[in-house]
Write a protein that binds this ligand. Structure first.
Ligand SMILES: Cc1cc2nc3c(=O)[nH]c(=O)nc-3n(C[C@H](O)[C@H](O)[C@H](O)COP(=O)(O)OP(=O)(O)OC[C@H]3O[C@@H](n4cnc5c(N)ncnc54)[C@H](O)[C@@H]3O)c2cc1C
Length: 304
């Protein structure tokens, strides 16, 4: 609790509460300046832009002797973090697996920052039992029935929900017919961040649910392993005909991962593929995709 409090972002509002507790004159003045209309921009740079933590602010203003109850007032309520479930309840009853990327970035003042929750989770000791409150919400990716052909696009941690889909279908294949899955994964380097490599490769071989023998496929784009960038949408173009064939068989499309540019690039790639393979103009392809969305067969779950 105290760790999360001290490493959480602080919200130094435009009120002078902290300056009351500063005993060093220069610190008091600085804090009063931050609370003044003239100090507004500097406060924004210092606090919000740099995402300073409670601990960092207390280190910058060591004379501040603030009672704990007052300090808590400066810490905004911690928001919940959502994670896709990356396991199938059929394959792992009573378990929920997560695939968590440790978020990190550099601030305008070149300070290295790490995400609070992802860093906290990555630092847990797997041997140690701990209790974490969790809430389950229905996401935007409904669980597909076994006979629905699937085209899955999941670069980075976007592959998380699809690991669950593949596990589920592998179990379903033991007791009945299943429809094919083709999956497009992407990451920067094959060597460093090829998530679940062995899992995908296992299911791509020996009549696995992603194997070509079963009408499936697994395609990985390693964006930085060659001079020109290669992303999932390039791999999709290479499989243009397979994608079109599956769409003609009634496949549903699922897209998950970064919300930055990926979902719109993927949508454009589908548009190009449909137009090329069907001979229809781009506008008709775009209309066709919109009708797929309306019919509940184009699902996107993206986050920043
Ligand atoms: C529906 C859904 C599903 C998700 N599924 C997954 C999943 O399966 N796996 C997964 O790893 N994550 C997933 N996420 C993202 C996850 O919820 C968290 O946002 C992520 O783990 C970061 O949380 P954190 O506490 O580590 O970072 P925080 O401490 O919350 O820091 C992240 C914040 O830092 C800031 N920030 C981050 N990068 C930069 C930058 N470059 N420049 C400036 N500011 C920046 C932004 O304000 C950002 O909101 C999902 C999100 C949603 C909404």
């Amino acid at each position: 609790m105290s760790h999360l409090l001290l490493h959480g972002a602080i919200s130094l509002r435009q009120d002078p509460v902290m300056s009351f507790f500063a005993t060093a004159e220069h610190e008091k003045e600085r804090l009063q300046y931050f609370a003044s209309p003239e100090g507004r921009d500097d406060l924004y740079q210092y606090n919000q832009k740099e995402r300073r933590t409670v601990l960092e602010v207390l280190e910058d203003f060591p004379s501040v002797q603030m009672p704990f109850e007052w300090l808590v007032e400066l810490v905004p309520p911690m928001k919940n973090r959502a994670f896709s479930i990356s396991s199938s309840p059929l394959a792992h009853p009573n378990q929920v697996h997560l695939t968590v990327d440790v978020v990190s970035w550099t601030t305008p003042f070149k300070r290295k920052r790490r995400g609070l929750c992802s860093t906290g989770l990555a630092g847990l000791d797997p041997e140690q039992k701990i209790y974490i409150p969790v809430w389950f919400h229905k996401g935007l990716l409904p669980s597909p029935p076994p006979l629905l052909p699937l085209i899955l696009i999941g670069p980075g941690t976007g592959c998380a929900p699809f690991r669950g889909f593949v596990e589920e279908r592998a179990i379903q294949s033991l007791s009945g017919p299943i429809a094919p899955i083709i999956l497009f994964f992407g990451c920067q380097n094959e060597e460093n961040d090829f998530l679940y490599r062995d899992f995908w490769l296992f299911h791509s071989q020996n009549d696995g649910v992603l194997s070509e023998a079963k009408g499936g496929g697994f395609y990985a784009a390693f964006s930085r392993d060659q001079p020109q960038k290669v992303y999932v949408q390039h791999k999709m173009q290479e499989q243009s005909q397979r994608i079109w064939n599956l769409l003609c068989e009634g496949a549903a499309i699922y897209v998950a991962g970064s919300s930055t540019k990926m979902p719109s690039d993927v949508m454009l790639a589908f548009e190009e593929i449909i137009s090329k393979e069907s001979g229809a103009p781009r506008e008709s392809a775009a209309r066709w995709l919109r009708s797929l969305e309306k019919a509940g067969k184009y699902h996107v779950e993206a986050w920043s």
